[in-house]
Design a binder for this molecule. Sequence first.
Ligand code: SF4
Length: 575
Amino acid sequence: MADKIYRVNMTTLTTSVEAVPAAWAGHGGRGLTSTIVAAEVEPTCHPLGAKNKLVIAPGLLSGTVAANSGRLSIGAKSPLTGTIKEANAGGTAAQLLARAGCKALIIEGLPKGDAWYSLALTPEGVTIQEESELIGKGNFAVVETLGKRFTEKLGVLTIGQAGEMRMRAANISIKDPDGGLRSCGRGGLGAVMGSKKIKFITVNPKDGKVAIANPEKFKEANKAFSKALVDHPVSQALGQYGTNVLVNIINESGGLPTKNFTGGQFAGHESISGETMHDTISQRGGKVKHNCHAGCVIQCSQIYNDAGGKKLTSGFEYESIWAMGADCCVDNLDHIALADKLMDDIGIDTIETSVAMGVAMEAGVLPFGDGLGICRILEEEVAKGTTLGRIIGNGAGSVGIAFGITRVPVVKNQAIPAYDPRAIKGIGITYATSTQGADHTMGYTIATNILSVGGKVDPLTNVGQVELSRNLQIATAAIDSTGMCLFIAFAALDNAACLPALIDLINARYGLSLTGDDVVNLGKYILKTERAFNTAAGFTAADDRLPEFFYTEPLPPHNVTFDFKGEEIDTFWNF
Ligand code: SF4
């Protein structure tokens, strides 16, 4: 089935199916969303206005049986950062969109009037329906109701109340194979979908299949690729303890941001660690290993039950556990799991919202350590859109402004995640220079700074950090275009067979003969395209900096500051 561009105009409530322009044909995932946003969105437009567009694109390998290839990219101008934005997640939608022949779904315009809508995508095109029953409902109700409303197994993308209220931390959630949710979490993309008054999108590929140009080569490459993934020790640790294996490791390094970034170690780290989580899940009959889409061979996800053995949450990630745990000083994993479930239901980014809670704690809105207080605010304030709920739902920067707090850990107004840039300096360069605000996944230097994957760069000195972040950001931009989960990067950095096998997969899928240099050039092109959009939107080198307190407040236990000069940071873009 030939790939097509599906376009929806919410102003005229019309849809069309278009051929893929030649300039877009070689792109997928982030490469495609950023190319389309840069080509079609005015950089200075209001992110919640009619001129912004929401672009949804499966990766180059999505819909095939290639291991770990079911990641979906969603892009737009971000209402949180004002920059270009791409957020990606697993779940079933990427594979189903690819099988439906959808290269990208572009949603533009804003509807007049108060009605809400849903979209249904099939190989024939997209239809728009008015929706009333699910408006005001959380994401779990959407997934459950659609499961009853339709007999077919559909992909579902949905927004919760946060997206409906256009909160800048709102995410877009994607149904996983078990009816759980995975989130395109960062940058407020749920608010963009909410501004277009779309509550949910269903995907039905019918009997559509992805064409493979050279099936034998594809099979062979996938075998080598899968082997490289499962053989890597970090993949194995992720399968056993999930991403939360990092709590004890980052705490040991002195880079676990604690009590709104005032310390680098958390006294309660054992209670919230991956090891404790693993034992708790086992004792309560949950699942320690779980995949967010079919074909994942690492399985870092899990199902976490409550003390009564009933499912509490799934996809319980290190960054969420760190944010509600160490950053808010909550050492009760059950309280964190309940907050995680509530945020999934409301449809709000767990990192942004929990860092916002940490800033609110510093402001005295609730005490540090009050996990049930976080849950109460989520249920009674954020989900209901009270004044406090909207202040928190608009992110950490919004809380800092509302309460006059100066220690607000954001870059380009996006909350800094789970690794303190003073004690792990490479990640500080990534936070500062990322085209999308503070985001560890843009160039995950933790691999080399802390886990000694792909070599070792001392996290506490400035030497080699700019180059490390640059290389990883270029590689990540390319990986984000394939539909691959980022956790393939560990094997790609250490195992010489992994990256060639990935390139062989792309070549066999499309009948191409790409080389490693082509992949590097793709990554560079994506970063430069994104930066050009940001420059046209008004961003300058002065925005590629961390908040002042990282330069002035030494972080215990190493008592280090972030001491890069602006000119050093700016050399990142010398490529
Ligand atoms: S490793 Fe984790 S994030 Fe990656 S595809 Fe598997 S379950 Fe999803």
